[in-house]
Design a protein around this ligand. Sequence first.
Ligand SMILES: [Zn+2]
Length: 410
Amino acid sequence: MISLQDLFILILFVAALAIGWLLGSRERKKTERANGSEPVYFAGLNYLLKEETHEAIDSLVSVLEHGTDSMDAHLVLAHMLRRRGDVERAIQIHQKLLANPALTPVEINRINLELARDYTSVGLYDRAESLLLKELESEAGDKKASFEYLLEIYQETKEWARAIEVSERIIGRSGTFWRNLWPRPKYLERRLKQSVAHFHCELAVEKLASAEVRAAKKHLKRALSVDSQSVRANLQLAQLFMDGREYQAALKCLDVVRAQDAALFPEALPLIVTCYKQLSDEKGLFDYLTKAMLELPSSAVAILLAQIITDQDGVDAGIRFFVNERDVRSLRELEPLLTLMAQDGDAAISCVHEAVSALFQRSHSYRCDNCGFAGESLHWQCPSCKEWGAIKPSFELDAALKTTTSELQA
Ligand SMILES: [Zn+2]
């Protein structure tokens, strides 16, 4: 059964072929009629309509071999062959196209990009890499596509050092280079720097796995020098300091996270609690959280403070804290508040508590800002759209509550 994507590609192919066909000279039409390719073309279309993809491809290959010189049609066909697993024939088509001396640099770039995709589809990463590097150095062509595909390969093969090297080469290019190739150069430069910081963090993880702590620290510091807003680098650095029992140094890194990205500050909180506990400084923890609550109120800090107050002064004090804390109003606070209130054994409150807990269990903890992917753990690279740093804690229940409230008020 033909997939929707295959059908779409086939339609593209036929469109490309049809345009080439219409634009072709009368002479070519005569030649095609003379060598009998036109009936084969219609046979190909017939197979296509009957969803016999393999037969359709074979017939259309025959048309291209005998007739049209449309590059688009060849590229679409090679794409289909690659998808079918017939990479050797896809490579042959691309190499045959490249043999044309009349190609423009932009066309050569386009074909080489497809050839690189052929190579990676059969694991020939080195060949794809050298092709793309050559394209990046050339004077013309879509360098953005070549660069992005090269980065994709390095990330797939986890060659973080190579990914850093090629990214830094791009970052180091002049402003004119950026303006000519990307419509929003500043935005893309910032995104690229964020990715490079993540590559350093990945290298730090690898170094740590082989007990190279100093090398890991060096990579995390380099991550921060490329992207001073890298929350991940500070969290990993803090963990390294904690492993070395340097809790004050760890706390400094964790405090920076609050200013870097308030949405990700809850990720630092468990480490902050551990550091203060290791330092046997519970008052220090309470003072720090109180100050954090005053400067930047958040549900996560409020919940932590309520826990400490409950442990020290009892359930009623914990409930009073929640009720009096008016700077933050989030559904996230409702669950721990109901947990405290349900301790009295009130059946109605227990019932509401169970319902709210079930609601939270069904909602996702994290969501990708870029593609909407939702999950229960924080991925630094989105598993779906592969964007770095796009996954953030989700406030879907609060958003739903806001929408419902405004609808009711309207
Ligand atoms: Zn995503």
